[in-house]
Design a protein around this ligand. Structure first.
Ligand code: ZN
Ligand code: ZN
Length: 625
Protein backbone atom coordinates (compact mmCIF):
# COMPACT_ATOMS: atom_id res chain seq x y z
CA UNK A 1 0.00 0.00 0.00
CA UNK A 2 1.42 3.37 -0.92
CA UNK A 3 1.83 5.82 1.92
CA UNK A 4 3.35 8.59 -0.13
CA UNK A 5 3.33 11.84 1.76
CA UNK A 6 1.64 10.38 4.82
CA UNK A 7 3.33 10.37 8.18
CA UNK A 8 2.24 8.36 11.16
CA UNK A 9 1.89 10.11 14.47
CA UNK A 10 3.47 8.99 17.71
CA UNK A 11 0.44 6.95 18.61
CA UNK A 12 0.04 3.27 19.10
CA UNK A 13 2.89 1.07 17.88
CA UNK A 14 0.33 -0.85 15.87
CA UNK A 15 0.04 2.11 13.48
CA UNK A 16 3.22 1.23 11.66
CA UNK A 17 1.85 -2.17 10.81
CA UNK A 18 4.24 -4.59 9.22
CA UNK A 19 3.48 -6.17 5.88
CA UNK A 20 0.99 -8.97 5.82
CA UNK A 21 3.64 -11.61 5.16
CA UNK A 22 5.59 -10.80 8.34
CA UNK A 23 2.45 -10.66 10.37
CA UNK A 24 1.12 -13.96 9.19
CA UNK A 25 4.31 -15.77 10.18
CA UNK A 26 3.72 -15.19 13.84
CA UNK A 27 0.04 -14.99 13.40
CA UNK A 28 -2.90 -17.22 13.75
CA UNK A 29 -2.28 -18.27 17.30
CA UNK A 30 -5.12 -18.86 19.63
CA UNK A 31 -4.21 -15.70 21.46
CA UNK A 32 -5.12 -13.67 18.42
CA UNK A 33 -8.55 -15.11 18.46
CA UNK A 34 -9.24 -14.54 22.11
CA UNK A 35 -11.40 -11.53 21.49
CA UNK A 36 -12.70 -12.43 18.09
CA UNK A 37 -15.96 -13.75 19.37
CA UNK A 38 -16.97 -10.77 21.42
CA UNK A 39 -15.92 -8.16 18.95
CA UNK A 40 -17.42 -10.09 16.05
CA UNK A 41 -20.61 -10.01 17.98
CA UNK A 42 -20.43 -6.32 18.59
CA UNK A 43 -19.46 -5.29 15.10
CA UNK A 44 -21.83 -7.72 13.42
CA UNK A 45 -24.73 -6.20 15.22
CA UNK A 46 -23.51 -2.64 15.52
CA UNK A 47 -25.20 -1.63 12.31
CA UNK A 48 -28.57 -2.63 13.61
CA UNK A 49 -28.04 -0.24 16.48
CA UNK A 50 -26.67 2.22 13.94
CA UNK A 51 -23.47 3.60 15.43
CA UNK A 52 -23.34 6.42 12.97
CA UNK A 53 -23.59 9.73 14.80
CA UNK A 54 -20.52 11.99 15.10
CA UNK A 55 -18.31 11.35 18.08
CA UNK A 56 -18.19 14.21 20.50
CA UNK A 57 -20.87 16.14 18.70
CA UNK A 58 -23.75 14.76 20.71
CA UNK A 59 -25.53 16.42 23.49
CA UNK A 60 -28.60 14.30 24.06
CA UNK A 61 -28.40 12.03 27.11
CA UNK A 62 -28.93 8.38 26.23
CA UNK A 63 -31.95 8.23 28.50
CA UNK A 64 -33.33 11.21 26.60
CA UNK A 65 -34.20 9.13 23.50
CA UNK A 66 -37.87 9.41 22.65
CA UNK A 67 -39.93 6.51 23.95
CA UNK A 68 -40.94 5.62 20.39
CA UNK A 69 -37.32 5.28 19.41
CA UNK A 70 -36.68 3.00 22.35
CA UNK A 71 -39.64 0.90 21.35
CA UNK A 72 -38.21 0.16 17.93
CA UNK A 73 -34.69 -0.48 19.16
CA UNK A 74 -35.25 -3.26 21.70
CA UNK A 75 -31.71 -4.48 21.36
CA UNK A 76 -30.44 -1.23 22.82
CA UNK A 77 -32.19 -1.89 26.09
CA UNK A 78 -31.55 -5.59 26.31
CA UNK A 79 -28.17 -6.00 24.70
CA UNK A 80 -24.54 -5.43 25.55
CA UNK A 81 -25.36 -1.85 26.56
CA UNK A 82 -26.29 -3.49 29.88
CA UNK A 83 -22.99 -5.28 30.36
CA UNK A 84 -20.96 -4.21 33.36
CA UNK A 85 -17.21 -3.94 33.02
CA UNK A 86 -16.43 -6.97 35.20
CA UNK A 87 -19.06 -9.00 33.32
CA UNK A 88 -17.48 -7.99 30.02
CA UNK A 89 -14.09 -9.18 31.19
CA UNK A 90 -15.53 -12.45 32.53
CA UNK A 91 -17.23 -13.09 29.19
CA UNK A 92 -14.00 -12.48 27.32
CA UNK A 93 -12.14 -14.78 29.67
CA UNK A 94 -14.68 -17.52 29.02
CA UNK A 95 -14.42 -16.96 25.28
CA UNK A 96 -10.66 -17.00 25.55
CA UNK A 97 -10.74 -20.29 27.39
CA UNK A 98 -13.11 -21.73 24.78
CA UNK A 99 -10.94 -20.55 21.93
CA UNK A 100 -7.85 -22.11 23.42
CA UNK A 101 -9.67 -25.39 23.21
CA UNK A 102 -11.17 -24.80 19.76
CA UNK A 103 -9.79 -22.36 17.18
CA UNK A 104 -12.25 -23.44 14.50
CA UNK A 105 -14.11 -20.46 12.99
CA UNK A 106 -17.47 -22.22 12.70
CA UNK A 107 -17.38 -23.34 16.32
CA UNK A 108 -16.27 -19.91 17.35
CA UNK A 109 -19.31 -18.55 15.54
CA UNK A 110 -21.53 -20.97 17.43
CA UNK A 111 -20.24 -19.63 20.73
CA UNK A 112 -21.01 -16.09 19.61
CA UNK A 113 -24.48 -17.07 18.44
CA UNK A 114 -25.21 -18.59 21.84
CA UNK A 115 -23.99 -15.46 23.59
CA UNK A 116 -26.03 -13.26 21.30
CA UNK A 117 -29.15 -15.25 22.18
CA UNK A 118 -28.44 -15.46 25.91
CA UNK A 119 -27.79 -11.73 26.13
CA UNK A 120 -30.90 -11.08 24.05
CA UNK A 121 -28.93 -8.83 21.71
CA UNK A 122 -31.18 -9.62 18.75
CA UNK A 123 -33.90 -12.14 17.86
CA UNK A 124 -32.47 -15.68 17.57
CA UNK A 125 -32.78 -15.80 13.77
CA UNK A 126 -30.93 -12.49 13.47
CA UNK A 127 -28.18 -13.70 15.84
CA UNK A 128 -27.75 -16.83 13.77
CA UNK A 129 -27.64 -15.16 10.35
CA UNK A 130 -25.61 -12.10 11.35
CA UNK A 131 -22.83 -14.05 13.03
CA UNK A 132 -22.57 -16.54 10.16
CA UNK A 133 -22.45 -13.63 7.71
CA UNK A 134 -19.71 -11.72 9.54
CA UNK A 135 -17.53 -14.46 11.01
CA UNK A 136 -15.24 -15.15 8.05
CA UNK A 137 -14.40 -11.51 7.36
CA UNK A 138 -13.97 -10.71 11.02
CA UNK A 139 -11.61 -13.58 11.64
CA UNK A 140 -9.65 -12.55 8.54
CA UNK A 141 -9.33 -9.06 10.02
CA UNK A 142 -8.22 -10.39 13.38
CA UNK A 143 -5.67 -12.57 11.68
CA UNK A 144 -4.01 -9.31 10.63
CA UNK A 145 -4.59 -7.43 13.81
CA UNK A 146 -4.26 -7.92 17.51
CA UNK A 147 -6.68 -6.84 20.13
CA UNK A 148 -6.43 -7.53 23.85
CA UNK A 149 -9.44 -7.99 26.16
CA UNK A 150 -8.91 -4.66 27.87
CA UNK A 151 -9.15 -2.90 24.51
CA UNK A 152 -12.18 -4.94 23.53
CA UNK A 153 -14.04 -4.01 26.71
CA UNK A 154 -12.83 -0.43 26.36
CA UNK A 155 -14.37 -0.37 22.89
CA UNK A 156 -17.56 -2.00 24.12
CA UNK A 157 -18.11 -0.09 27.31
CA UNK A 158 -15.99 3.02 27.16
CA UNK A 159 -12.72 4.23 28.56
CA UNK A 160 -13.59 3.47 32.18
CA UNK A 161 -13.40 -0.24 31.37
CA UNK A 162 -10.29 -0.31 29.22
CA UNK A 163 -8.17 1.65 26.79
CA UNK A 164 -9.23 1.59 23.14
CA UNK A 165 -6.47 3.05 21.03
CA UNK A 166 -6.24 0.99 17.90
CA UNK A 167 -6.79 3.93 15.54
CA UNK A 168 -3.64 5.97 16.01
CA UNK A 169 -3.05 9.43 14.58
CA UNK A 170 -1.47 10.24 11.21
CA UNK A 171 -0.95 13.29 9.02
CA UNK A 172 -1.37 14.03 5.34
CA UNK A 173 1.26 16.34 3.84
CA UNK A 174 0.06 19.35 1.92
CA UNK A 175 2.00 20.74 -1.05
CA UNK A 176 4.52 23.50 -0.38
CA UNK A 177 2.46 25.91 -2.51
CA UNK A 178 1.37 28.75 -0.17
CA UNK A 179 -2.33 29.03 0.51
CA UNK A 180 -3.89 31.84 -1.54
CA UNK A 181 -5.52 34.66 0.43
CA UNK A 182 -9.07 33.63 1.39
CA UNK A 183 -11.56 35.22 -0.96
CA UNK A 184 -15.33 34.62 -0.70
CA UNK A 185 -17.04 34.10 -4.07
CA UNK A 186 -18.74 37.06 -5.70
CA UNK A 187 -22.49 36.63 -6.02
CA UNK A 188 -23.53 35.79 -9.57
CA UNK A 189 -24.72 38.68 -11.73
CA UNK A 190 -28.50 39.13 -11.88
CA UNK A 191 -29.93 36.87 -14.59
CA UNK A 192 -26.87 34.59 -14.68
CA UNK A 193 -27.80 30.98 -15.46
CA UNK A 194 -28.66 28.73 -12.50
CA UNK A 195 -28.35 24.95 -12.69
CA UNK A 196 -30.47 22.46 -10.82
CA UNK A 197 -28.65 19.42 -9.47
CA UNK A 198 -30.80 16.50 -8.33
CA UNK A 199 -29.44 14.88 -5.20
CA UNK A 200 -30.48 11.33 -4.32
CA UNK A 201 -29.22 9.48 -1.28
CA UNK A 202 -30.04 6.48 0.91
CA UNK A 203 -32.67 4.88 -1.30
CA UNK A 204 -32.54 1.61 0.68
CA UNK A 205 -34.72 -0.53 -1.57
CA UNK A 206 -36.29 -3.45 0.30
CA UNK A 207 -36.88 -6.27 -2.16
CA UNK A 208 -39.06 -8.04 0.44
CA UNK A 209 -41.22 -5.07 1.43
CA UNK A 210 -44.82 -6.23 1.82
CA UNK A 211 -47.92 -4.14 2.41
CA UNK A 212 -49.95 -5.17 5.47
CA UNK A 213 -47.09 -6.81 7.41
CA UNK A 214 -46.08 -5.85 10.94
CA UNK A 215 -44.26 -2.48 11.07
CA UNK A 216 -43.17 -3.14 14.66
CA UNK A 217 -41.73 -6.64 14.40
CA UNK A 218 -38.84 -7.85 16.56
CA UNK A 219 -36.26 -7.84 13.75
CA UNK A 220 -34.09 -4.80 13.02
CA UNK A 221 -36.05 -4.24 9.77
CA UNK A 222 -39.83 -4.70 9.40
CA UNK A 223 -42.71 -4.23 6.95
CA UNK A 224 -41.50 -7.24 4.99
CA UNK A 225 -42.00 -10.86 4.21
CA UNK A 226 -41.14 -12.56 7.49
CA UNK A 227 -42.21 -9.63 9.69
CA UNK A 228 -45.52 -11.39 10.46
CA UNK A 229 -48.93 -9.81 10.80
CA UNK A 230 -49.53 -6.83 13.10
CA UNK A 231 -51.73 -7.21 16.19
CA UNK A 232 -55.38 -6.86 15.18
CA UNK A 233 -55.61 -3.46 16.88
CA UNK A 234 -52.78 -2.00 14.78
CA UNK A 235 -52.49 -1.22 11.06
CA UNK A 236 -50.08 -3.07 8.82
CA UNK A 237 -47.36 -1.57 6.61
CA UNK A 238 -48.67 0.97 4.09
CA UNK A 239 -48.54 0.52 0.33
CA UNK A 240 -45.99 3.31 -0.30
CA UNK A 241 -43.91 2.86 2.86
CA UNK A 242 -44.32 3.15 6.61
CA UNK A 243 -43.34 5.34 9.54
CA UNK A 244 -41.32 2.70 11.33
CA UNK A 245 -38.04 0.79 11.04
CA UNK A 246 -38.88 -0.01 7.41
CA UNK A 247 -37.30 0.66 4.02
CA UNK A 248 -38.91 1.36 0.65
CA UNK A 249 -40.67 -0.87 -1.86
CA UNK A 250 -39.43 -0.44 -5.43
CA UNK A 251 -42.72 1.20 -6.45
CA UNK A 252 -41.98 4.18 -4.15
CA UNK A 253 -38.54 4.68 -5.71
CA UNK A 254 -40.17 4.39 -9.13
CA UNK A 255 -42.79 6.93 -8.09
CA UNK A 256 -40.06 9.30 -6.85
CA UNK A 257 -38.18 9.08 -10.14
CA UNK A 258 -41.28 9.33 -12.33
CA UNK A 259 -42.53 12.37 -10.39
CA UNK A 260 -39.36 14.45 -10.71
CA UNK A 261 -40.69 16.60 -13.56
CA UNK A 262 -41.81 19.66 -11.55
CA UNK A 263 -38.50 19.73 -9.62
CA UNK A 264 -36.36 19.81 -12.79
CA UNK A 265 -34.95 20.20 -15.33
CA UNK A 266 -31.65 18.90 -14.01
CA UNK A 267 -28.18 19.50 -15.38
CA UNK A 268 -26.84 16.48 -13.49
CA UNK A 269 -27.52 14.10 -10.63
CA UNK A 270 -25.44 13.38 -7.53
CA UNK A 271 -26.31 10.01 -6.01
CA UNK A 272 -24.55 9.21 -2.74
CA UNK A 273 -25.29 5.56 -2.12
CA UNK A 274 -26.90 3.17 0.34
CA UNK A 275 -28.94 1.31 -2.27
CA UNK A 276 -29.89 -1.94 -0.43
CA UNK A 277 -32.20 -2.29 2.58
CA UNK A 278 -31.25 -2.59 6.26
CA UNK A 279 -31.67 -6.40 6.42
CA UNK A 280 -27.95 -6.51 7.15
CA UNK A 281 -28.03 -9.85 8.94
CA UNK A 282 -28.88 -11.87 5.85
CA UNK A 283 -27.51 -10.12 2.75
CA UNK A 284 -25.51 -12.00 0.12
CA UNK A 285 -23.24 -10.51 -2.54
CA UNK A 286 -25.88 -11.53 -5.06
CA UNK A 287 -28.53 -9.54 -3.14
CA UNK A 288 -26.31 -6.43 -3.11
CA UNK A 289 -25.55 -6.67 -6.82
CA UNK A 290 -29.21 -7.13 -7.62
CA UNK A 291 -29.97 -3.91 -5.71
CA UNK A 292 -27.15 -2.08 -7.51
CA UNK A 293 -28.25 -3.09 -11.01
CA UNK A 294 -32.01 -2.83 -10.41
CA UNK A 295 -31.87 0.69 -9.01
CA UNK A 296 -29.21 1.84 -11.50
CA UNK A 297 -31.44 0.60 -14.35
CA UNK A 298 -34.41 2.42 -12.87
CA UNK A 299 -32.45 5.68 -12.64
CA UNK A 300 -31.29 5.30 -16.25
CA UNK A 301 -34.86 4.62 -17.33
CA UNK A 302 -36.32 7.74 -15.71
CA UNK A 303 -33.43 10.18 -15.97
CA UNK A 304 -32.41 9.19 -19.47
CA UNK A 305 -29.42 11.11 -20.79
CA UNK A 306 -28.87 13.25 -17.68
CA UNK A 307 -25.41 12.40 -16.29
CA UNK A 308 -25.49 10.72 -12.89
CA UNK A 309 -22.47 10.76 -10.57
CA UNK A 310 -22.64 8.14 -7.80
CA UNK A 311 -20.71 7.65 -4.56
CA UNK A 312 -20.31 4.42 -2.60
CA UNK A 313 -22.43 4.02 0.56
CA UNK A 314 -21.72 1.83 3.58
CA UNK A 315 -24.63 -0.49 2.79
CA UNK A 316 -23.47 -1.42 -0.71
CA UNK A 317 -21.21 -4.19 0.61
CA UNK A 318 -21.91 -7.30 2.61
CA UNK A 319 -21.19 -7.69 5.43
CA UNK A 320 -22.38 -4.10 5.83
CA UNK A 321 -19.52 -1.58 6.33
CA UNK A 322 -17.00 -4.14 5.07
CA UNK A 323 -14.68 -2.23 2.74
CA UNK A 324 -11.17 -3.70 2.74
CA UNK A 325 -8.52 -1.27 1.47
CA UNK A 326 -6.97 -2.22 -1.88
CA UNK A 327 -4.02 -4.08 -0.32
CA UNK A 328 -6.45 -6.88 0.54
CA UNK A 329 -6.55 -9.07 -2.55
CA UNK A 330 -8.54 -12.09 -3.64
CA UNK A 331 -11.97 -13.14 -2.49
CA UNK A 332 -11.97 -10.89 0.56
CA UNK A 333 -11.37 -7.78 -1.56
CA UNK A 334 -14.10 -5.40 -2.72
CA UNK A 335 -13.48 -6.08 -6.40
CA UNK A 336 -16.76 -8.04 -6.74
CA UNK A 337 -18.52 -4.76 -5.87
CA UNK A 338 -16.36 -2.13 -7.56
CA UNK A 339 -16.22 -4.10 -10.83
CA UNK A 340 -20.01 -4.36 -10.86
CA UNK A 341 -20.29 -0.64 -10.14
CA UNK A 342 -17.91 0.19 -12.96
CA UNK A 343 -20.00 -1.95 -15.33
CA UNK A 344 -23.32 -0.46 -14.18
CA UNK A 345 -22.11 3.15 -14.15
CA UNK A 346 -19.93 2.96 -17.26
CA UNK A 347 -22.29 5.21 -19.33
CA UNK A 348 -21.86 8.06 -16.83
CA UNK A 349 -18.14 7.94 -16.06
CA UNK A 350 -15.02 8.49 -18.19
CA UNK A 351 -12.34 5.81 -18.37
CA UNK A 352 -9.97 7.44 -15.84
CA UNK A 353 -12.82 7.60 -13.30
CA UNK A 354 -13.75 3.97 -13.91
CA UNK A 355 -10.13 3.03 -13.30
CA UNK A 356 -9.96 4.45 -9.74
CA UNK A 357 -13.52 3.28 -9.06
CA UNK A 358 -12.39 -0.28 -9.78
CA UNK A 359 -9.46 0.00 -7.41
CA UNK A 360 -10.81 2.02 -4.53
CA UNK A 361 -14.42 3.07 -5.09
CA UNK A 362 -13.56 6.76 -5.66
CA UNK A 363 -12.99 8.95 -8.71
CA UNK A 364 -12.75 12.46 -10.15
CA UNK A 365 -14.05 13.95 -13.38
CA UNK A 366 -14.93 17.28 -14.97
CA UNK A 367 -18.70 17.49 -15.50
CA UNK A 368 -18.51 21.00 -17.02
CA UNK A 369 -15.76 23.50 -17.87
CA UNK A 370 -14.22 24.99 -14.73
CA UNK A 371 -15.66 22.38 -12.34
CA UNK A 372 -14.01 19.24 -10.99
CA UNK A 373 -16.24 16.71 -9.26
CA UNK A 374 -14.65 14.38 -6.71
CA UNK A 375 -16.53 11.34 -5.47
CA UNK A 376 -15.01 9.96 -2.26
CA UNK A 377 -15.36 6.49 -0.82
CA UNK A 378 -16.12 7.53 2.74
CA UNK A 379 -16.09 3.94 3.95
CA UNK A 380 -12.33 4.48 4.27
CA UNK A 381 -13.06 6.98 7.05
CA UNK A 382 -15.62 4.86 8.85
CA UNK A 383 -15.22 3.58 12.39
CA UNK A 384 -17.60 0.77 11.46
CA UNK A 385 -15.36 -0.48 8.64
CA UNK A 386 -13.61 -3.19 10.66
CA UNK A 387 -10.93 -3.67 7.96
CA UNK A 388 -9.41 -0.40 9.15
CA UNK A 389 -8.36 -2.17 12.34
CA UNK A 390 -5.52 -3.59 10.25
CA UNK A 391 -4.35 -0.13 9.20
CA UNK A 392 -6.40 3.05 9.34
CA UNK A 393 -3.70 5.38 7.94
CA UNK A 394 -5.17 7.11 4.87
CA UNK A 395 -6.77 3.94 3.48
CA UNK A 396 -6.20 3.50 -0.26
CA UNK A 397 -4.15 6.72 -0.16
CA UNK A 398 -7.45 8.46 -0.87
CA UNK A 399 -6.82 11.70 1.03
CA UNK A 400 -3.39 12.13 -0.50
CA UNK A 401 -5.01 11.58 -3.89
CA UNK A 402 -7.65 14.19 -2.95
CA UNK A 403 -4.92 16.72 -2.15
CA UNK A 404 -3.36 16.05 -5.56
CA UNK A 405 -6.71 16.59 -7.27
CA UNK A 406 -7.36 19.82 -5.34
CA UNK A 407 -3.91 21.23 -6.03
CA UNK A 408 -4.29 20.45 -9.73
CA UNK A 409 -7.71 22.15 -9.72
CA UNK A 410 -6.23 25.20 -7.99
CA UNK A 411 -3.42 25.31 -10.54
CA UNK A 412 -5.95 25.17 -13.39
CA UNK A 413 -8.26 27.75 -11.81
CA UNK A 414 -11.08 25.20 -11.45
CA UNK A 415 -13.69 24.99 -8.69
CA UNK A 416 -14.47 21.67 -6.98
CA UNK A 417 -17.52 19.78 -5.75
CA UNK A 418 -17.04 16.84 -3.40
CA UNK A 419 -19.67 14.13 -3.00
CA UNK A 420 -19.58 11.22 -0.57
CA UNK A 421 -21.80 9.11 1.64
CA UNK A 422 -20.68 9.37 5.28
CA UNK A 423 -20.25 13.02 6.33
CA UNK A 424 -16.78 14.12 7.50
CA UNK A 425 -17.89 14.86 11.08
CA UNK A 426 -18.84 11.20 11.48
CA UNK A 427 -15.43 9.84 10.46
CA UNK A 428 -12.59 8.34 12.48
CA UNK A 429 -10.73 11.12 14.23
CA UNK A 430 -7.50 11.24 12.21
CA UNK A 431 -9.27 10.97 8.87
CA UNK A 432 -11.72 13.68 9.90
CA UNK A 433 -9.02 16.07 11.16
CA UNK A 434 -6.96 15.60 8.01
CA UNK A 435 -10.00 16.21 5.83
CA UNK A 436 -10.81 19.35 7.83
CA UNK A 437 -7.29 20.62 7.25
CA UNK A 438 -7.54 19.95 3.52
CA UNK A 439 -10.88 21.78 3.31
CA UNK A 440 -9.42 24.80 5.10
CA UNK A 441 -6.38 24.84 2.77
CA UNK A 442 -8.52 24.75 -0.37
CA UNK A 443 -11.41 26.92 0.84
CA UNK A 444 -11.17 29.23 -2.20
CA UNK A 445 -11.87 26.49 -4.72
CA UNK A 446 -14.29 24.24 -2.77
CA UNK A 447 -17.66 25.32 -4.12
CA UNK A 448 -19.76 22.52 -2.65
CA UNK A 449 -19.67 19.42 -0.46
CA UNK A 450 -22.57 16.98 -0.52
CA UNK A 451 -23.17 13.98 1.73
CA UNK A 452 -25.97 11.71 3.01
CA UNK A 453 -25.98 8.76 5.44
CA UNK A 454 -27.67 10.36 8.45
CA UNK A 455 -31.09 10.17 6.71
CA UNK A 456 -32.02 13.57 8.15
CA UNK A 457 -31.75 17.09 6.75
CA UNK A 458 -28.76 18.88 8.20
CA UNK A 459 -25.34 20.41 7.46
CA UNK A 460 -21.82 20.74 8.87
CA UNK A 461 -19.94 24.05 8.97
CA UNK A 462 -16.11 24.09 8.65
CA UNK A 463 -13.95 26.75 10.33
CA UNK A 464 -10.41 28.01 9.91
CA UNK A 465 -8.03 25.87 11.94
CA UNK A 466 -6.25 28.75 13.66
CA UNK A 467 -9.24 30.25 15.47
CA UNK A 468 -12.08 27.78 14.81
CA UNK A 469 -14.17 30.92 14.37
CA UNK A 470 -14.24 31.92 10.69
CA UNK A 471 -16.58 29.75 8.60
CA UNK A 472 -14.66 28.53 5.54
CA UNK A 473 -16.96 25.86 4.07
CA UNK A 474 -20.20 23.99 4.57
CA UNK A 475 -21.12 20.39 3.82
CA UNK A 476 -24.77 19.71 3.04
CA UNK A 477 -26.20 16.48 4.49
CA UNK A 478 -29.31 15.75 2.47
CA UNK A 479 -32.20 13.66 3.82
CA UNK A 480 -32.75 10.08 2.70
CA UNK A 481 -35.15 8.73 0.13
CA UNK A 482 -36.03 5.97 2.61
CA UNK A 483 -38.43 6.27 5.54
CA UNK A 484 -35.94 4.56 7.89
CA UNK A 485 -36.72 5.46 10.69
CA UNK A 486 -40.12 7.20 11.02
CA UNK A 487 -39.50 9.64 8.16
CA UNK A 488 -41.28 10.65 4.97
CA UNK A 489 -39.59 9.61 1.71
CA UNK A 490 -37.72 12.54 0.17
CA UNK A 491 -35.06 14.02 -2.09
CA UNK A 492 -33.08 17.23 -2.52
CA UNK A 493 -32.45 19.69 -5.37
CA UNK A 494 -29.47 22.06 -5.26
CA UNK A 495 -29.44 25.35 -7.16
CA UNK A 496 -25.88 25.90 -8.33
CA UNK A 497 -24.29 28.88 -10.07
CA UNK A 498 -24.71 27.83 -13.69
CA UNK A 499 -22.65 26.45 -16.50
CA UNK A 500 -21.10 29.59 -17.98
CA UNK A 501 -17.67 31.15 -18.22
CA UNK A 502 -16.77 32.79 -14.91
CA UNK A 503 -19.27 30.78 -12.85
CA UNK A 504 -18.40 30.31 -9.17
CA UNK A 505 -20.20 26.91 -9.22
CA UNK A 506 -21.29 27.55 -5.61
CA UNK A 507 -24.57 26.40 -4.11
CA UNK A 508 -27.07 29.26 -4.25
CA UNK A 509 -30.00 27.56 -2.53
CA UNK A 510 -31.62 24.16 -2.05
CA UNK A 511 -35.08 22.65 -2.04
CA UNK A 512 -36.41 19.48 -0.47
CA UNK A 513 -39.25 17.37 -1.80
CA UNK A 514 -41.18 14.70 0.10
CA UNK A 515 -43.95 12.19 -0.21
CA UNK A 516 -46.37 12.68 2.69
CA UNK A 517 -46.95 9.04 3.63
CA UNK A 518 -50.09 9.66 5.65
CA UNK A 519 -51.70 11.19 2.59
CA UNK A 520 -50.24 8.73 0.09
CA UNK A 521 -51.32 5.64 2.03
CA UNK A 522 -54.90 6.90 2.53
CA UNK A 523 -57.50 4.74 0.74
CA UNK A 524 -57.91 5.80 -2.87
CA UNK A 525 -55.05 8.33 -2.78
CA UNK A 526 -52.37 8.69 -5.42
CA UNK A 527 -48.77 9.48 -4.40
CA UNK A 528 -48.08 13.21 -4.61
CA UNK A 529 -44.47 14.38 -4.30
CA UNK A 530 -44.45 17.91 -2.98
CA UNK A 531 -41.95 20.67 -2.32
CA UNK A 532 -41.44 20.75 1.45
CA UNK A 533 -39.36 23.90 1.61
CA UNK A 534 -36.66 26.07 0.09
CA UNK A 535 -33.69 26.81 2.34
CA UNK A 536 -33.09 30.53 1.79
CA UNK A 537 -36.76 31.45 1.89
CA UNK A 538 -37.55 29.38 4.99
CA UNK A 539 -34.52 30.39 7.01
CA UNK A 540 -34.28 33.93 5.59
CA UNK A 541 -30.68 33.46 4.46
CA UNK A 542 -28.94 36.17 2.42
CA UNK A 543 -27.12 33.41 0.48
CA UNK A 544 -26.18 29.76 0.97
CA UNK A 545 -22.50 30.44 1.79
CA UNK A 546 -20.82 29.06 4.95
CA UNK A 547 -21.28 32.18 7.08
CA UNK A 548 -25.04 32.09 6.56
CA UNK A 549 -25.25 28.53 7.89
CA UNK A 550 -23.01 29.48 10.82
CA UNK A 551 -25.31 32.39 11.61
CA UNK A 552 -28.38 30.17 11.29
CA UNK A 553 -27.10 27.87 14.05
CA UNK A 554 -26.71 30.80 16.45
CA UNK A 555 -30.04 32.27 15.40
CA UNK A 556 -31.66 28.91 16.20
CA UNK A 557 -29.94 28.87 19.57
CA UNK A 558 -31.72 32.11 20.44
CA UNK A 559 -34.99 31.55 18.59
CA UNK A 560 -37.01 28.55 19.73
CA UNK A 561 -39.53 28.85 16.90
CA UNK A 562 -36.86 28.94 14.24
CA UNK A 563 -35.29 25.84 15.77
CA UNK A 564 -38.65 24.03 15.77
CA UNK A 565 -38.97 24.78 12.05
CA UNK A 566 -35.54 23.27 11.52
CA UNK A 567 -36.51 20.24 13.67
CA UNK A 568 -39.63 19.65 11.56
CA UNK A 569 -37.68 19.87 8.29
CA UNK A 570 -34.77 17.84 9.74
CA UNK A 571 -37.26 14.93 9.88
CA UNK A 572 -38.70 15.67 6.43
CA UNK A 573 -41.97 16.92 7.88
CA UNK A 574 -42.48 14.00 10.25
CA UNK A 575 -40.83 14.85 13.59
CA UNK A 576 -41.09 12.54 16.60
CA UNK A 577 -44.11 13.15 18.79
CA UNK A 578 -41.80 13.90 21.73
CA UNK A 579 -40.62 17.49 21.76
CA UNK A 580 -36.92 18.29 21.33
CA UNK A 581 -36.01 19.81 24.70
CA UNK A 582 -32.87 21.73 25.63
CA UNK A 583 -30.29 18.91 25.57
CA UNK A 584 -31.70 17.61 22.30
CA UNK A 585 -31.66 21.08 20.79
CA UNK A 586 -28.10 21.68 21.89
CA UNK A 587 -27.03 18.30 20.53
CA UNK A 588 -28.62 19.02 17.19
CA UNK A 589 -27.09 22.48 16.90
CA UNK A 590 -23.68 21.20 17.98
CA UNK A 591 -23.80 18.58 15.23
CA UNK A 592 -24.27 21.35 12.63
CA UNK A 593 -21.00 22.90 13.85
CA UNK A 594 -19.09 19.62 13.99
CA UNK A 595 -17.58 18.88 10.59
CA UNK A 596 -14.59 17.49 12.53
CA UNK A 597 -14.92 14.47 14.84
CA UNK A 598 -13.92 14.67 18.52
CA UNK A 599 -13.88 18.46 18.57
CA UNK A 600 -16.07 19.73 21.41
CA UNK A 601 -14.38 23.13 21.05
CA UNK A 602 -16.44 23.69 17.92
CA UNK A 603 -19.54 23.96 20.11
CA UNK A 604 -17.96 26.17 22.75
CA UNK A 605 -20.04 29.22 21.88
CA UNK A 606 -23.38 27.45 21.92
CA UNK A 607 -23.81 27.95 25.63
CA UNK A 608 -22.01 30.49 27.79
CA UNK A 609 -21.41 27.86 30.45
CA UNK A 610 -17.97 26.35 29.90
CA UNK A 611 -18.94 23.09 31.57
CA UNK A 612 -20.98 22.01 28.59
CA UNK A 613 -18.28 21.15 26.05
CA UNK A 614 -16.59 18.92 28.62
CA UNK A 615 -19.82 16.97 28.97
CA UNK A 616 -20.33 16.53 25.23
CA UNK A 617 -18.93 13.03 24.78
CA UNK A 618 -21.54 11.58 27.14
CA UNK A 619 -24.39 13.05 25.09
CA UNK A 620 -25.69 11.71 21.84
CA UNK A 621 -28.41 12.07 19.24
CA UNK A 622 -30.51 9.13 18.15
CA UNK A 623 -29.07 7.91 14.86
CA UNK A 624 -31.16 6.87 11.84
CA UNK A 625 -28.73 5.38 9.36
ZN1 ZN B 1 -28.56 4.97 4.71
ZN1 ZN C 1 -25.21 4.99 5.26
Amino acid sequence: MTRHGVTSGQGHPRSGREPRSQRSRRDPSLGLLRTVAGVTLVLALSDSVALCAPIGAHLLPAQGYPAKFNGIMPQLQNGWWNLTCPACKVIFSVINYGLKKEPNVARLGSVVIKLCKVLNIAPPNVCQSAVRLFEDDMVEVWRHSVLNPSEACGLLLGSTCGHWDIFSSWNISLPAVPKPTPKPPNPPAPGAPVSRVLFLTDLHWDHDYMEGTNPNCVDPLCCRRGSGQPPSSQPGAGYWGEYSKCDLPLRTIESLLSGLGPAGPFEMVYWTGDIPAHDVWQQSRKDQLRALTTVTDLIKKFLGPIPVYPAVGNHESTPVNSFPPPFIKGNYSSSWLYEAMADAWEPWLPEEALHTLRTGGFYALSPRPGLRLISLNMNFCSRENFWLLINSTDPAGQLQWLVGELQAAEDRGDKVHIIGHIPPGHCLKSWSWNYYRIVARYENILAGQFFGHTHVDEFEVFYDEETLSRPVAVAFLAPSATTYINLNPGYRVYHVDGNYSGSTHVVLDHETYILNLTQANAPGAAPRWQRLYGARETYQLPDALPASWHNLVYRMRDDERLFQTFWFLYHKGHPPSEACGSPCRLATLCAQLSARANSPALCRHLVPNERVPAALPSWSRPPFC
